[in-house]
Design a binder for this molecule. Sequence first.
Ligand code: ARG
Length: 459
Amino acid sequence: MALWGGRFINESHKLFKKFNTSLSFDHVLAKEDIIASIAWSQALMKSNILTKEEQKTIESALLVLLKEVQDNTQSILTSNSEDIHSWVESNLINKIGKLGKKLHTGRSRNDQITTDLKLWCRKKIYILLETIIELQKNFILSAESNYNVIMPGYTHLQRAQPITFAYWCLAYVEMLKRDVSRLKDVLKRLNISPLGSGALSGTAWKINREELALSMGFKSASNNALDSVSDRDYIIELLSTAAISMMHLSRFSEDLIFFNSGEANFIELSDAITSGSSLMPQKKNPDALELIRGKCGRVYGSLNSILVILKSLPLSYNKDMQEDKEGLFDSIKTWNNCLNIAILVLKNVKIKHKSCRKAAEEGYSNATEIADYLVKKGLTFREAHNISGQLVLHAINENKSLNNLTLSTFQTYSNLIEEDIYKNITLESCLEKRLSQGGVAPFQVYQEIVKAKKRLNIL
Ligand code: ARG
């Protein structure tokens, strides 16, 4: 019989039963449901609703159940319980009989489910934080070992100004730093306990909710039961953090897919992370990266889904909210997998120094230097920009790079240009001049690497 069978005369239709059950996906909350149930039994004991003996019996049985679940989570799926809460309760009753029926005193599945979900999210956030930090470490190591590799930096996917591979790596470290800070922020607001909120208006039993919250590692108990059982903001925050981070991973993938293309030819991805074509023998495809890019879609989908589920949903709990889980579980798994694959990619990429440098030399990416040079000689930037543009056009027509123009050619465009122009427009000079904070100058990049290594404890 269902937990709520008393008021009913007839059985549920089997189609409805199947439609209504959440066990096929919420079974992953078994551990959290058991831990929160133990905490609840202790609170009941402290309020003299359970005797010490009764609580001990309940707790021991729940711990046995926990062990059984850890050994074989899949076994839950063979049951026909409606959800994980019913499953835990009926298994407890199977183990200790009538006493198990006392556990639900003062509690509702409405405060139970959101407590379980918060505990689950918290556990996953700790794992994600570690994975993101690991990815940052790999970017730093990659930056360090490719410290001197000069390549073109792009805007509009046009070669713009020279950068280094190390500098490109550090850009992603910054993005990941923001992802970490967003995750920590989610944790701050999430870590408030809803348990003891009852169905929607609080519990009629004298439960010390603050003590109960602390016993589960929450910072405090929530203030308003109506809000607590309705609140899924933390899922929205977590999924938007996931969506933003997946966007970062997707841009990383796209950059590398382009760097790996025959057209750019800046990197080579190892056999370990690429696959072939069933038809074209020459192909070595960047599947790992394409999959990260593609999986972004399902995470955005889950974020959109939870936003739509909650929009206009009246207070407090509605069964619509059961739809919060599958997208959340899938997205967190997907995000963590993609972070791990990004780590694997970084370990399996070879940078082709020569072709990176050649591309940087070829793309007129030092045209800004000519303009800056002329500004130093007294022109306004706008005039200097115009002359540099004319020189680029000249070089394009002659199919040359700017460094290969003769001094007399330079001087037909401006007599302010002297022999020192050549040393001003080398790739090295372009880089070294950008010493201001956040710039690409190798010294600046070196300082950033040292700082990051210290911050991440890389020895
Ligand atoms: N399976 C439900 C969910 O995921 C648990 C809460 C059920 N509460 C209720 N009043 N039916 O949302």
